[in-house]
Design a protein around this ligand. Sequence first.
Ligand code: AMP
Length: 534
Amino acid sequence: MRLLTTVAALRCYLTKRCSENKLIAVTEDLKLDEMTGWYQTAVGLVPTMGNLHQGHLSLIQRARQENSTVIVTIFVNPLQFAPNEDYQRYPRTLELDQQFCEQAGVDAIFAPTPEEMAVPQKSIQESRVTQVIPPSAMITGLCGRSRLGHFQGVATIVTKLFNLIQPDRAYFGQKDGQQLAIIKRLVADLNLPVEIVGCPTMREASGLAFSSRNQYLTVTAKEQAAALYRGLRRAEAAFIAGDRNSNKLIALVQQEVAIVSTILVEYIELVEPTTLMSLEKVQEEGMLAIAARLGSTRLIDNIILRDRQPIIAIDGPAGAGKSTVARQVAANLNLVYLDTGAMYRAVTWLVLQKGIAINDECAIAQLTNQCKIELTPNQDLQSSVRVWIDGTDVTQAIRTIEVTSIVSAIAAQSYVRQALVKQQQNWGKRGGLVAEGRDIGTHVFPDAEVKIFLTASVSERARRRQEDFNKQGQPEMSLEQLERDIAERDWKDSTRKVSPLQKAADAVEVQTDGLNISEVTTQIVNYYQQRLSQ
Ligand code: AMP
């Protein structure tokens, strides 16, 4: 791991890394897995102010999963502290942070001084740097009310870091929900070529969100601080039970927090999570946020309240029966089977239809972003969804040999994947989906209500594959050969540096040896019902 403290060293490191990656991309077989080939040369950035803890670690781990290069920046940004805030006192623990990053598999830390970042050690109001100013409606509410200039300071420094590092993805915590919304907006408004990945809040056993500022708290104060999350959870319980009214939900948080007399509430608000506009009632989604002081320590926390039908995400090794099971589960629960494979096939069909060359990535990117794909439920379990592209029903047409033979090459194109994942996530807002496939529960729907890791032993999967081949009248292949192939594929999948096949921490494993499809389906349906009743 490298520790870089100057802009010159950072630039040099990135240039070298980029040429190494290009070399790897040429020499290694990146088509190994068409869905993840595009991760192999990506740079992931985790911006922090240091004093790293479990919250930061979760961002680093996610970045490690999805990128070949992971850079953590450690910079206590003077621009985002008002004159009366804790800039001088903020914990600086570079040596410990270095060990922490080393263990987490970070490639490089960028830890510049304010001079190196060309910012004065002053608040944004007092400094004369060019400023990035987010929309005023997003920076005047919530924390913006008491922290004047804070989000301008954050937006300015994050823009500088994006320009310096030019990451493919940058990772931010939902813990700072207002910051996350503002940065997503900044990236969209300025067309910055980076994907912003929001990561769930990590908490101590008491429920208190990890924060560098927790170390200002005494043991007793820490126990008291857990009341913030207890309050949010109480409102969440009421929300799940059907309460949608903002005042009612806010009052519940207030009541819970008021039990601890040392907590001084600054605000409790319910806002729309992307625009941060105040909500009277939660329609689809709301962010219930709190800021409070315990002595001189200011703490924030929030929770997302989502009124949608659940999403079931099914992942697991090749040949475990994911798509068959996903179809059955969807049919059984009357949910939509999100046939992502069919989406790639539909785009491929359109590429062929328009006579676009499959290596013309720009034309295909344009086409993918302009076309309209629809999946509608179908009674027939064999093709449980009907597939439409630009108003044409292509359910049958996408199953031809022509489409099958080039769909992998199209799916490996990063812009195709980005556009289709965005579309899938848009559908996800309404919920009511069963989705399967590589990184579906970790990347596409990390907040899926139910995550299943479907697996079976190598010998079982070989036996099933042989059965399939026999049914399709394909030439006989020995079980030993099939087992070898599957074991090799498993090994490659799980040892790959980027995006290895892994069970999501919150997924439940379903071992399917000796079970038939309907038994597996029943297990998943039972688990789903049990989860929902909790
Ligand atoms: P900071 O060092 O406090 O500026 O935080 C750096 C990043 O870590 C921000 O994107 C935070 O939202 C994120 N972060 C801080 N605490 C947590 C937590 N408890 N869980 C998840 N992410 C966090």
